[in-house]
Design a protein around this ligand. Structure first.
Ligand SMILES: [Fe+2]
Length: 296
């Protein structure tokens, strides 16, 4: 597996490490877990689709989860991380997502919001998976127009995240990093750098992580993600079911160093389905370990 090794981070200890905050995903309905995580984090990342439910045939936010989130102290920042906007669908994005976001923002102070740089539907058909964008001028123009609309609508920083490539890339005009740089430069969006996704792409498709990191413009990186999945039939999945691997934390630390003054938070992501297997105490211990490893 191609990973960012110790030799790649040579000299990092000589760099004064800026304090970076720590965040974690929380999808509600597990107050015991929340209580264990809160002492270790400064940010909670909320995915609206996972806290939504269907009521009277309408998708709405769960009142129970909303009351959990609105009762959190003011010191804790909340960021929204969507999964269903499908910003890259040629026929248009999913309007339901904006209804949820509007409702959420009316009730909760949000520091910023974000989505994944990809698409989940084609010609109105849901794919059941998220696919990465073709890195063409046409795709870039379409995305930039949409980002500008989102930024105008919410007047909050909006970030897009590098996702894993489930299938190999179609030929494009840009490298992965150059596409993200151009998107951020032209549209004014910020970036989430998911370093575990980079490791998946390296493992599955031979992405050169060092080259990517040498090319990405870290001044746009506001958030860094860490996670870990499992390998299935030789394919590394971004399933977010495990505690992080050391190589991922090394990469996150490198990213935080490079994005000093820009990256504000490292978020550890895991799915609620992983909690019984991992255990709440192990998740709290992971957050402690990450905080120490990231130097804050
Ligand atoms: Fe992520």
């Amino acid at each position: 597996m191609h990973t960012y090794t110790e030799s790649n981070t040579k000299g990092r200890d000589a760099i004064a490490h800026p304090p970076v905050a720590l965040g974690v995903t929380y999808e509600g309905r597990d107050p015991e877990l929340l209580e264990r995580m809160l002492p270790h984090v400064d940010y909670i990342e909320v995915t609206l689709e996972t806290i939504a439910e269907i009521r009277d045939e309408k998708v709405v936010l769960s009142d129970d989860v909303m009351s959990e989130l609105t009762s959190l102290g003011k010191d804790l920042k909340i960021v929204v991380h969507g999964v269903s906007l499908s910003i890259g669908s040629h026929e248009g994005w999913a309007p339901t997502y904006f209804r949820l976001l509007d409702e959420f923002m009316e009730r909760v102070d949000v520091a910023w919001h974000s989505e994944h740089l990809g698409y989940t539907k084609v010609d109105g058909q849901h794919l059941g998976i998220m696919l990465a964008m073709p890195k063409t001028e046409a795709a870039l123009d379409m995305l930039c127009e949409r980002v500008v609309q989102i930024r105008d609508r919410y007047r909050l920083p909006f970030l897009l995240e590098n996702i894993v490539h489930v299938v190999p890339d179609s030929p494009g005009a840009y490298s992965d990093a150059a596409f993200l740089n151009a998107l951020a430069n032209r549209s004014g969006c910020g970036l989430i750098l998911d370093v575990y996704n980079l490791e998946c792409d390296a493992h599955n498709h031979g992405l050169d992580v060092e080259e990517f990191l040498a090319e990405i413009d870290f001044t746009h990186v506001r958030e860094v993600h860490v996670a870990r999945g499992v390998e299935h039939n030789g394919f590394l999945l971004d399933v977010h079911s495990q505690l992080t691997h050391r190589s991922t934390v090394d990469l996150a630390r490198h990213a935080v160093d490079q994005a000093a003054g820009h990256a504000q938070v490292v978020v550890y992501e895991f799915m609620p389905e992983a909690v019984p297997g991992l255990g709440r105490d192990a998740i709290a211990a992971e957050l402690r370990r990450l905080r120490a490893a990231l130097g804050n």
